[in-house]
Every structure is written in structure tokens, then in C-alpha cells.
Design a protein around this ligand. Structure first.
Ligand code: SF4
Length: 372
């Protein structure tokens, strides 16, 4: 039997239309959405300003949500990680990162990931499927509902498992729900979307007026090292830098280039100089992320001295550069690690292989097609 749709799948307008066949007045849509997004309702029975008849009708037609918490892990630095169980038994992870008063949720957008960056636990299993709008929205809503009354999530980063721009329709609809005053009320200035460089989708964000801050995962100062680290992608370093500059010009949003530093691969002084030369004058910021060790991949984290030398050298070229703080190491908060460890190897939860939907234009014809 097909499960009832979750209310978190709809924009306010779509939900109003869905209520019409039930003969509920239009204004009821926003009243119900307020219960879901502001008043932490987890069932229709608690919506006490609706008649019993309306609550019964709603319960026959919708579910308030479609995910459940399978595991919860907390770390001494107050980072928390949830594993959410989906209708089909798949698991996804979402992370709450606290920094002073700031509460940031790291959101996943696919079950697994087809990109297979060589350092990443999420890429080890390939992609099982895209997340639905409701599954993306509920990651943030579940964390928000677990905060003390009156506390709110104030920042989002789409940097969890999956490539957001390969799940464009669901991700942009979720972003609209995050931003909406009837939804979670988190403006695009406080949301960062991270992409490996699905470049044809970036101008589409501008066209569709869904304009979060953007982080493009560059990972390398030149095409040779980029192909080594991200073997499934063919976009060139120069094209990625151009896309960053153009999005910044078109939206005035924060745009960063992300570099995961791998010991002995891309963390040398000469790499920083090469990158610095290419970025001179662009005013695009670089965010350096020292690699988080993953048992399953053969890369090592660079020493603090190598990180400092890389950052100083890049800075000396006039490039604004920051280093991402490590959070949640004790609970495997690096992308994909917890889910990968929790996944039973031989049960129904195991990810099934499927063709990988990377647009042909993004694939490197000389690279081996990744297998899910
Ligand atoms: S780093 Fe991101 S894009 Fe690369 S495999 Fe992991 S989840 Fe996918």
C-alpha cells in the first residue's frame, strides 16, 4: 500500500490545493503548516483548534511526517548527529553543529552519493536514490523540534551526503520551504549549498530565484589533481572558478571554493601558489578543510604545519582564506561516516545499485563510469 503523503512535501500553495477536495477552507492550510513548522505538532490530534471532523479527514489523507529517528549520537563539543529512517528502510544522516549561540544543520540530499570523491565515505556505496522534498525538509524540522522550546536552527549547510544539484527539483523546493515565512523562516543568506560543480544548474538557481550562498568543491589547484580526487567529473578548474565568480556577481551572495587537504596530494606550498595565482583578483574566498580520516580510504590528514603553510601561502597571494573547524570527530561527523558504519551489510537496509544519474555533460569521458 502506498503511504499517505507527508505534509512536509508541499509548499503552502500546493497544500492549499490538496485541501480543496477535503472541503477544508483555504486558510486552514497555513493554520496546519503553523502547527507543523512552529508548534511542533507530531500528530493531527494535537491540532486542537481544528474540529475533530477536520482532524479525522486530515489523518485519512496525510501524515505529519515520513521519517523517524533511528539513532542519535552526541559529542562533547555539542555536535549531534541523527540517523533518520526512511519509508523504504534506507538511512540518512543529519548533523547539528553548535558554535556559540549559532545552530547549524548539515543536510543530506541523496541516499549515498554518485560522485565518489576518493576521500569520502559517502561515495563508497554509490547512490541509492534521491531524497524527496519531505525527507530533506524533515532533517531540519526533526532537529529543530528536539531543541529546547523557543530555540531555533539558524543556519543550514547542504553539505551532507549527496550532490544537491543532481536532485535539483527536490532541493530547490526544500529551499523554498526552509525560507518561507509559513515554513522554517531561514533566509537564503543563512543557507549554503555545496556542489562538486554541476555547472549547468548554477545559473538555473539564479533564474529560479533560489539563491543560497554557494560553496564549490574545488579540491585541487589544477586539472590533473582534480581528476585524481574527483575522477567522475570532467569540469576544469578554470571553469569552476569562473562559475564561482559569476554566481557571486549575479547574486552578491557569499561564494567559497572548498579544498579538502589530503596529506601529500594537494597540500604542498607549490599547490597553494598555483591556486593563489589562478584566484588573484577574483575576491573569491577559499575554505580549507583538513581531511577527516576515514578508515575505509587510504588518505591521511595533513599535519597542522602543512595546513598552516598552505593557508599562509594562499593568503600571501591576496586570497581570503579560512580553515574549517573540526566538529564531531567522536561521533564520526565527517560526511557519510556514521551512516556507513551503521548500515547492516546484508539486510534490506543495504543500498541497492541503480544507474547513476550524473548528466552526461558533467562526466569525464575518459574516466571509468562509477558503479553503484
Ligand atoms: S564529498 Fe560530497 S560530492 Fe564527494 S562523494 Fe562525498 S558526498 Fe559526494
Amino acid at each position: 500500500m502506498t503511504p499517505l503523503p507527508a505534509i512536509t512535501a508541499f509548499t503552502a500553495q500546493e497544500f492549499e490545493e490538496r485541501l480543496q477536495p477535503l472541503a477544508l477552507e483555504r486558510f486552514r492550510a497555513r493554520q496546519i503548516l503553523q502547527w507543523i513548522y512552529r508548534r511542533r505538532a507530531s500528530s493531527f490530534e494535537t491540532m486542537t483548534d481544528l474540529s475533530l471532523e477536520h482532524r479525522t479527514l486530515l489523518a485519512q489523507s496525510f501524515r505529519p511526517s515520513c521519517t523517524s529517528v533511528a539513532q542519535r549520537h552526541a559529542c562533547a563539543d555539542l555536535t549531534e548527529k541523527l540517523l533518520l529512517r526512511l519509508d523504504d528502510g534506507n538511512l540518512i544522516e543529519t548533523v547539528l553543529i553548535r558554535d556559540g549561540d549559532r545552530k547549524t544543520v548539515c543536510v543530506s540530499t541523496q541516499v549515498g552519493c554518485p560522485i565518489r570523491c576518493v576521500f569520502c565515505a559517502s561515495g563508497l556505496d554509490g547512490r541509492a536514490r534521491d531524497l524527496t522534498t519531505a525527507e530533506i525538509v524533515e532533517q531540519v524540522l526533526t532537529i529543530q523540534n528536539a531543541l529546547p522550546e523557543g530555540d531555533r536552527v539558524d543556519n543550514l549547510v547542504l553539505m551532507g551526503i549527496g550532490e544537491p544539484l543532481l536532485n535539483y527539483a527536490n532541493v530547490t523546493r526544500a529551499l523554498r520551504i526552509f525560507k518561507a515565512s509559513w515554513g522554517l523562516g531561514i533566509g537564503y543568506n543563512r543557507i549554503t549549498l555545496s556542489t562538486i560543480g554541476i555547472l549547468d544548474r548554477i545559473p538555473q538557481l539564479v533564474e529560479d530565484r533560489v539563491t543560497p550562498n554557494l560553496a564549490i568543491s574545488l579540491h585541487a589547484p589544477n586539472d590533473r589533481i582534480r581528476r585524481e580526487i574527483v575522477p567522475t567529473m570532467k569540469k576544469k578548474v578554470a571553469e569552476l572558478i569562473r562559475a564561482a565568480v559569476e554566481y557571486k556577481r549575479a547574486t552578491k551572495k557569499n561564494v567559497t571554493l572548498e579544498i579538502v587537504l589530503l596529506d601529500g596530494v594537494n597540500d604542498d606550498k607549490k599547490h597553494a601558489l598555483e591556486l593563489g595565482k589562478k584566484l588573484r583578483g577574483t575576491r573569491v574566498k577559499v575554505n580549507v578543510i583538513p581531511f577527516n580520516r576515514v578508515a575505509e580510504v587510504p588518505y591521511r590528514e595533513p599535519s597542522p604545519e602543512r595546513v598552516t603553510r598552505f593557508v599562509k601561502t594562499l593568503g600571501s597571494c591576496g586570497v581570503p582564506v579560512t580553515v574549517r573547524k573540526r566538529k564531531g570527530d567522536a561521533i564520526s561527523a565527517a560526511c557519510g561516516q556514521l551512516r556507513h558504519q551503521a548500515r547492516p551489510r546484508d539486510t534490506a537496509v543495504a543500498i541497492q545499485g541503480e544507474p547513476i544519474p550524473i548528466p552526461p555533460s558533467a562526466l569525464d569521458p575518459s574516466a571509468e563510469t562509477p558503479q553503484a
